[in-house]
Design a protein around this ligand. Sequence first.
Ligand code: KG4
Ligand code: ZN
Length: 362
Amino acid sequence: MRLDLVEKWGLEMKVRQGASAVEGPSALVLGIETSCDETAAAVVRDGKEILSNVIASQVDLHRIYGGVVPEIASRKHIELIMPVIDLALKEAGASPGDLDAIAVTYGPGLVGALLVGLSAAKAMALALGCPLVGVNHIEGHIYANFLEYPEVDPPLVCLTVSGGHTDLLYIDEYGRYDILGRTRDDAAGEAFDKIARVLGMDYPGGPEIARAAEAGDPTAIDFPRGLLQADTFDFSFSGLKTAAINYIHNLRQRGEEVPVADIAASLQEAIVDVLIAKTLAAAQAYGVKTIFLSGGVAANERLRSRLRELAAADGIRVYYPSKVLCTDNAAMIACAGYYRYLRGERASWELNAVPNLRLGEG
Ligand code: KG4
Ligand code: ZN
């Protein structure tokens, strides 16, 4: 099955398999995620044990365009969704009748992409007579931490940094989000991706910049750190993006060599500096001793290690998911959905895709 999929669609397929579904009083939740360019399904027991986590990435398809093409993403989701769900159930050793709930991402994201996952989830829930739970994609990213560290409780400060979002949140209890700040323009991941593209790197650019940065000097170029000194928890990365792109164009116009490693290291440092300063300031302002990092950019090693080191000096513990759970996946959706299910939340058949869904809006 797995090989068939890889050969048939030529897609990267990541599968993490845990123990098979066993007897006993426990809740099995199937998570479904199709908000962007990953078709993903996972089976998670009791919000903490990953029995399967299947991610069919379309990244190779979109790479030639330098970013995600929404129409192509929707079409691929349609081809992949049922095989991916079948595989997730098989890897978990579960049958559809074992499921206690189906959790699906309904926003934010690309509307056509979201509708594919939603339609599959609704059809399965209806056919199985199984509860349906709608999950906010950003909440899913936050819950990737509760999935791996179920013993950690709020209150905490969470930095969610992905290709589309840069949100700083105060969470005083499960399911309640106080948005302290967000980006006023580009998301942190978007800044990585756009500058990487100008440097001729592949999409997504974040991991490429991080790799190139290993050989560079983070102090080589003094790129702007937007809103660093400002009295706000908001972020701004558009000035940095313009400065980096102008820097590269000027060198090219003069026919000079572009020091890719130094640019990558300096850029990464500028982004990480701002993310860390605001997050630590928020933790101090709210007097919390726990910080969560989540979203695709939370896979960045420099961000992870520097934040952990600086926070430790203030007696603050920093948690971040393992890398496969930082970027888009369905295990985090199953986990967030499990807690909503426990709270008695059920989606109606009218549940629709909400491309601009905000945290705390349902
Ligand atoms: O959460 P995610 O998979 O998708 C969205 O919901 O956007 O995040 C993808 C973003 C991309 O912008 C990608 O470049 C960035 O996460 N990213 C990274 C790293 N790995 C992924 N950025 C910096 N360093 C990384 N190691
Ligand atoms: Zn995401």
